[in-house]
Design a protein. Structure first.
Length: 115
């Protein structure tokens, strides 16, 4: 099983980034996919989640209206489009796959929002 995140980097406040998470080794289309983030000294928090079919999405209040999660089951990939980025969005972002008490995690990708 592999979850490989990409797309992180340094961006100025107000800028945008798109994170990608490429999955392999399991039946991607059957799993809820989520993005979490963890800043130094802070617990890991859920940013956004999308159901297996892509029909239902949930967001943390702090990112509603700025971030969009979407998936392409044909490509076994989940994305996080991040707009209007703020310094407080700085964190390591992790991809997660969940189904029936089974959790898979990616290695994380750093997002830094700074001028």
């Amino acid at each position: 099983v592999q979850l490989v995140e990409s797309g992180g980097g340094l961006v100025q406040p107000g800028g945008s980034l798109r994170l990608s998470c490429a999955a392999s080794g399991f039946t991607f289309s059957r799993y809820v996919m989520s993005w979490y983030r963890q800043a130094p000294g802070v617990e890991r928090e859920l940013v956004a989640a999308i159901q297996s079919t892509g029909g239902s999405k949930n967001y943390a209040d702090s990112v509603k209206g700025r971030f969009t999660i979407f998936r392409d089951n044909a490509k076994n990939t989940v994305y996080l489009q991040m707009n209007s980025l703020k310094p407080e969005d700085t964190a390591v972002y992790y991809c997660n796959a969940y189904r029936s008490a089974t959790n898979y995690w990616g290695q994380g990708t750093q997002v830094t929002v700074s001028s």
